[in-house]
Design a protein around this ligand. Structure first.
Ligand SMILES: *Cc1c(COP(=O)(O)O)cnc(C)c1O
Length: 388
């Protein structure tokens, strides 16, 4: 039970420090709160962290926007098909649909929870144009296999890196394998700007196009028109969107990003503490990271098998909430959502591993602000919640 000395542990609460607060206040006082110098700085520091040149990134106002403009820049057309995983957030599919293309699902490999790469080629048709892998929970997809298929069939690759800022595959950062990598700075993610996202592209020319698309379709660097070197006319060069990031958001991101590696160490510690604590319990644990990879430890996901645990997943969630612990569900599979079932005829039984996982999964709080005492409380709550 949550109480005064044991307050409710909010799932995915952001870890905001004084330096972010000071930077936001300084931004407010600067008179420039929209897209400006702090966004440019955040882009530069993000590019440096991913070891790419600064002209290969563009900050936007969400990962959903990042995915959408990437697909527009890749010139997907109505009727084109994009292969993705059934185990992802609805935004991955919605971005595909808004670009005019059609999502085609692969089931997950239960050993990794990522898209089963052996299904990719089975699902390729004459209309397949792209692959949208999702590095689920921060664990990298098999980028060797995905890039091999992409090259063989001349497919665009758009990596959904919403969970994967710190993720590496054979030492290389997630988001730098495909044509585009799309990152999220939503409140629950490992770097937070409130709302926010980033596109990392292989080609600087794509980033130029994306910056135009993300700001109404106005010609390059239109945000500078109100700067101190005098007003300049812009030209509308295509039908764009309103996807630009604000300096107010970047003010948070600059400091969040500087702490991301330190936070990653704490995330790993907590993730490992959970793995150890639940080793001999009836709950299912997430797969251990592979040796040649780096896991971002974005989510710690248990599975609750009703028979083994003596409690159904949803009842387990109620017990955790009653014990003062906020939890999440990542995710019920896309094929379980009614809109997509109506629109695309998807059936849960066609994606059996995603469906089984979607019915059993629950995510525990995981973040740098959790103290050892919090972790102990969470482990105790899990232990008592699965007792009959
Ligand atoms: C959070 C998330 C998104 C969307 O990110 P936003 O920044 O909220 O638009 C997309 N894909 C996955 C896998 C996510 O977890």
């Amino acid at each position: 039970m949550a109480s005064e000395d044991q307050p409710f542990i909010i799932f995915g609460a952001p870890d905001i420090h004084e330096e972010e607060i000071d930077e936001v206040v300084a931004t407010l006082r600067s008179g420039w709160i929209g897209t400006g110098p702090r966004v440019a700085q955040f882009e530069q520091e993000f590019a440096a962290a991913a070891s790419v040149a600064p002209d290969r990134v563009a900050a936007v106002n969400s990962c959903t926007a990042a995915l959408h403009v990437s697909m527009i820049a890749a010139e997907l057309e109505p009727g084109d098909e994009v292969l993705t995983t059934a185990m992802t957030f609805c935004a991955s599919a919605n971005a595909i649909i808004h670009s005019g293309a059609t999502p085609v699902l692969c089931d997950i490999d239960p050993a990794t929870l990522n898209m089963d790469v052996t299904q990719l080629e089975q699902r390729i048709t004459s209309r397949t144009r792209a692959i949208l892998p999702v590095h689920f929970a921060g664990r990298p997809c098999d980028m060797d296999a995905i890039m091999t298929v992409a090259e063989r069939h001349d497919l665009v690759v758009i990596e959904d890196c919403a969970h994967a800022i710190e993720t590496r595959w054979r030492g290389q950062p997630a988001g730098t394998f495909g044509d585009f990598g799309c990152f999220s700075f939503y409140v629950t993610k490992n770097v937070v700007t409130g709302e926010g996202g980033m596109v990392l592209a292989r080609s600087p020319a794509m980033i130029d196009r994306i910056k135009i698309l993300a700001l109404h379709g106005m010609s390059k660097d239109a945000w500078r028109r109100f700067g101190d070197d005098g007003y300049k006319h812009y030209e509308v060069v295509e039908t764009g969107f309103k996807y630009n990031m604000m300096d107010l958001q970047a003010a948070l991101g600059i400091h969040q990003l500087r702490r991301v590696e330190r936070n990653w160490g704490r995330r790993k510690e907590i993730w490992s503490a959970y793995q150890e604590a639940f080793a001999n319990m009836a709950v299912g644990r997430p797969p251990e990271p592979e040796a040649h990879t780096r896991h971002a430890y974005h989510l710690y996901t248990l599975t609750i098998d009703t028979d083994e645990c003596g409690v159904a997943r949803d009842q387990f969630i109620e017990r955790m909430s009653a014990a003062g612990i906020g939890v999440g569900v990542h995710y019920r599979s896309l094929a379980q959502q009614p809109h997509y079932q109506r629109e695309f005829g998807w059936r849960p039984d066609d994606y059996p591993f995603s469906t089984a996982y979607g019915n059993a999964t629950v995510s525990l709080p995981l973040g740098p602000q959790l103290e050892d005492a919090h972790v102990t409380r969470i482990v105790e709550a899990v232990t008592t919640s699965i007792k009959p």
